[in-house]
Design a binder for this molecule. Structure first.
Ligand SMILES: [Zn+2]
Ligand SMILES: [Zn+2]
Length: 85
């Protein structure tokens, strides 16, 4: 089993389904998309809208595309497409 990533910080969490285990299966809080106190993932780091997560239940590490684009400030800004012909 993998060790917990040294970047794992309980102060930085994300509520995303783990692709490796179904620990939130049958949990009403998760089904309602609430911030469940039992089922959450460590947010190790993020690159733009891509989140690097670790599941505390099975210690699986994966990346998740959140679609938020937190650091891409010009995303969707049509005035920025200078190179388009
Ligand atoms: Zn898991
Ligand atoms: Zn839950």
């Amino acid at each position: 089993m993998l060790p917990l990533d040294p970047q794992a910080d309980i102060g930085r969490r994300a509520w995303v389904a783990c692709p490796n285990c179904n620990d939130r299966d049958g949990c009403t809080a998760c089904q309602d998309r609430r911030t469940c106190r039992d089922h959450w993932r460590y947010l190790l780091s993020n690159t733009g809208s891509l989140l690097h997560l670790q599941c505390p239940s099975c210690l699986h590490i994966w990346t998740h595309e959140s679609g938020f684009g937190a650091t891409r400030s010009r995303w969707g800004d049509s005035t920025g497409d200078v190179g388009r012909q």
